[in-house]
Design a protein. Sequence first.
Length: 273
Amino acid sequence: MYAYIKVVRYMHKFKVNDIVIYKSKLDNKEKNNNLYTIIKIKEETYTCIIQGLNYRIILEAHINDLEIASLELIEKCRELEDKYRNRVINSSERNKNSFLLGKILHIDGDDKYLHKCLKLYDEIGVYAYGVKLSEESVASEVTKYLYEINPDIVVITGHDFLKGEDLKDINSYKNTQYFINAVKEIRKSNQTCCIIAGACQSNYEALIASGADFASSPGRINIHIYDPAIIAIKVATTSFRQIVDTNNIYKYIENGRKAFGGLQTTGKMRLIL
């Protein structure tokens, strides 16, 4: 009885929108700056649904594994995000009046992540049309947006999670199969657009095999919110006569080739004559 009362009291210290540290993840050498936001509290199981503050992951954690993040750590996390975004913005400066940049269709399973990516595109001056769709519904909805937007680049992202131990088994992944289905649907309608697919810990090999040009995650690690957008920006701002410089991409992606991999791909930017 005492243990039950103690757990209940501890649970009541948390509320939705609290920013927390997931302590069990620190045992796996995850950086301290990977904070999470509580989006739902499940009192019957003493767990919380938590969403990465800067990384594309959503999972369920026991309250014993959570700790309220300090204001200092939250501020540090936000400063790192701003620094991350500003590096990309500063690397993409060009005379936009002389070029027609590639058009992006960004489909995201998360409203907050979508908003941040659209803001980044806008700050750089790349046209992007954003759509919020759940991961499982993208395949059935994407075709109408392809006809409406006629994009040069399609981003399919949101949340994912490696829930099993067999890295080759597609059933070990929360949402990779949905991303695969969406990529296949896109390829039925558009053979030339650049597809960037996946989220945290997604099955990279399966996504590439299904038709994606870039995908996460070769290292089965968490990817930053901006990682898919960074690749889309680099493709959009590279000439259609040139191969996208992957070295120039990976230096702006936090965990480089462990987070994202891809195929030799030409850019989508054209000179205005």
